[in-house]
Design a protein around this ligand. Structure first.
Ligand code: HEM
Length: 149
């Protein structure tokens, strides 16, 4: 007998709860995995890829090391990142659409790999920093927010 639409939907939801990763971000290795998977998407993204590859060029290992330390400092409090990221972004040829895409990819990467309070914190931090960068760059008019037209 064929299953009804709602039964099929329920099966999909059951499968998803098994397939979905129920693990939170807890260690440096978790942060490295998140950062690797996120920049794996960024590097091949039609909108963001060219901007990153143009600036970073063949220096990806050093760039990744900086980003591991940034996100470890944000999420695990290691204090290993001491840079100032905003000025590096202020000179990039970007618009609101780039920040929207960056956030879309980041939030999706977190959700695909982790869930829990730290995963929520990672998404919240990304949203707030992206909002701050975009606003300081004059890309977000008042009453506008990222991820909305
Ligand atoms: C439109 C979105 C974004 C683009 C196109 C972008 C692009 C870049 C590029 C090209 C660099 C390398 C800069 C350089 O070495 O001169 C960089 C560095 C960095 N980005 Fe972004 N970025 C974006 C958003 C963000 C956001 C929202 C965050 C934080 C949540 C972030 C965190 C960083 C950090 C920590 C660095 C390293 C800065 C350093 O060298 O100390 N980026 N980004």
């Amino acid at each position: 007998m064929r299953s009804s639409g709602s039964e099929l939907y329920k099966k999909t939801e059951e499968r998803r709860s098994v397939v979905r990763c129920e693990m939170d971000i807890a260690t440096s290795a978790d942060v490295a995995m998140l950062v690797d998977r996120f920049y794996g998407k960024v590097r091949v993204d039609a909108l963001l890829g060219p901007i990153f590859n143009n600036v970073v060029q063949d220096d990806w290992p050093a760039h990744m090391a900086t980003l591991y330390s940034f996100w470890e400092t944000m999420l695990l409090g290691t204090g290993t990142y001491r840079g100032a990221p905003f000025p590096k972004h202020a000179v990039l040829p970007v618009e609101k659409a780039h920040f929207d895409r960056w956030l879309e990819l980041f939030l999706a990467t977190v959700d695909e790999n982790f869930s829990g309070p730290k995963a929520d914190e990672a998404k919240g931090r990304a949203l707030s920093i992206a909002d701050t960068f975009a606003r300081r760059m004059g890309l977000l008019p008042p009453h506008t927010v990222l991820l909305q037209p």
